[in-house]
Design a protein around this ligand. Structure first.
Ligand code: PLP
Length: 405
């Protein structure tokens, strides 16, 4: 009889988003006349930039002609996109990442999740708390996380690094060695960004103990402060200790179109093996590349018109973030993030539990948020708001929250 990977049995259900959906549905049934505003969603609402759509149309036409049709593409991505990324995202910022160190994929979620394939089963893993749940769940699935303790909300073999108001939501460098460290800046959910010095401390740590930093830069496009690094490779020494994940999802509206990229420098070696080669082997075996049409659309993000249209969309969301942050600060709440990030992390009033504040905002302001407790134990006492909504509705939601506080 076939046996299953029973690590999957250990995963608690996707409690956070299903519980939000359940509470929202129950409220809607009881109050069908109330209009709810969703500030909890992590998905974008602005459409794809026109330059991207035009490039996708052209690519689709090519696919319909014998002379320009393309079948399977390179598993690593087309050179035209890898080279464009190397030039615009890295060389233009003085960072040495070559096209052959860039792997195009269908999402940063897939890459963050799949990367565990190339690491040993007994690697010790550190994650931020609160955390983007994919880092934890993929380690659970692959048998690295140990046992779940519902009382603490933690897995026995994971090292949780509390990100709290006291440390400005940036984890202190560990005093003990671990093997894999997940860092995500700008952070989901706290909206925090790490300074050059803070990232340098992590790079020094990783190089000293041989750890690998898995650096999720999915929100780097939201950074406006010129002093904040966009890439871990802006830090000297990162090429020997870090893998970086990026995505077109929140930058250019590709959450439905699906395109992302992962950087693995050639200099990244452990146990005598180049991690780039292991990842290449993994991708060639389990992945057949991103559609040509999608990659042509992604390349158009870097065209002069595409870049301008992307900037306009980012500015739209940035204004929402400022509106939320300033509005809630004016209402007397402690609000963090939202400056170099689309996420605003808000302390609940008077130490109210996350889910109680979620219910209060749902029922009295008709605004849907995300309870911080769902992102890990240190998320208790916070809620997450996102800047990805409609501008007018976002302003209205902030007004509603202010009026009930
Ligand atoms: N990384 C972080 C921190 C995210 O918040 C998300 C999406 O919400 C992703 C990765 C996934 O991005 P993608 O759409 O490229 O899979």
């Amino acid at each position: 009889m076939a046996r299953i990977n029973d690590n999957f049995q250990k995963l608690p259900g996707n409690y956070l988003f299903s519980e939000i959906a359940r509470r929202v549905a129950a409220y809607r049934t009881e109050n069908p006349d109330r209009e709810l505003i969703l500030l909890g969603i992590g998905d974008v609402t602005r459409p794809l930039p026109a330059a991207v759509v035009a490039a996708m149309h052209r690519a689709a036409d090519e696919m319909g002609q014998v002379s320009t049709f393309r079948g399977y593409g390179p598993e690593q991505g087309y050179d035209f996109l890898r080279e464009t990324i190397a030039q615009h995202d890295f060389a233009a910022r003085g960072i040495k990442i070559r096209a052959d160190e860039i792997f195009i994929s269908d999402g940063a979620k897939s890459d963050c999740g799949n990367i565990v394939d190339i690491f040993a089963q007994d690697n010790r893993v550190a994650v931020c708390d609160p955390v983007y749940p994919v880092y934890v769940d993929t380690n659970v699935m692959s048998g690295r996380a140990g046992e779940y303790d519902p009382a603490t909300g933690k897995w026995s073999n994971l090292c949780y690094m509390p990100c709290t108001r006291e440390n400005h939501f940036i984890p202190e460098v560990l005093q003990k060695p671990v093997d894999l460290v997940y860092l995500c800046f700008p952070n989901n959910p706290t909206g925090a960004v790490a300074t050059r010095e803070q990232l340098a401390a992590w790079v020094n740590y990783a190089n000293a103990c041989g750890a690998i930093i898995l650096f999720d830069a999915a929100y780097e496009a939201y950074i406006t402060d010129p002093a904040i690094p966009h890439s871990i490779y802006e830090i000297p020494g990162a090429e020997t200790c870090a893998i970086e994940f990026r995505s077109f999802s929140k930058t250019a509206g590709f959450t439905g179109a699906r395109c992302a990229y992962t950087m693995i420098p050639e200099a990244l070696v452990r146990d005598g093996a180049h991690l780039r080669d292991l990842w290449n082997r993994r991708q060639c075996t389990k992945f057949n590349g991103v559609p040509y049409v999608t990659q042509m659309g992604a390349a158009a993000v870097y065209s002069p018109e595409g870049a301008q249209q992307v900037r306009e969309n980012l500015d739209y969301y940035r204004k929402n973030a400022v509106c939320i942050r300033n509005g809630l600060l004016a209402a007397g709440l402690a609000a963090f993030g939202g400056e170099n990030s689309p996420y605003i992390w808000v302390r609940t009033p008077d130490g109210m539990p996350s889910w109680d504040f979620f219910d209060l905002l749902l029922k009295q302001a008709n605004v849907v948020t995300t309870p911080g407790a769902g992102f890990g134990p240190s998320g208790e006492g916070y809620i997450r708001l996102t800047a990805f909504g409609d501008a007018e509705k976002t302003a209205q939601a902030v007004e509603r929250i202010r009026s009930i506080l």
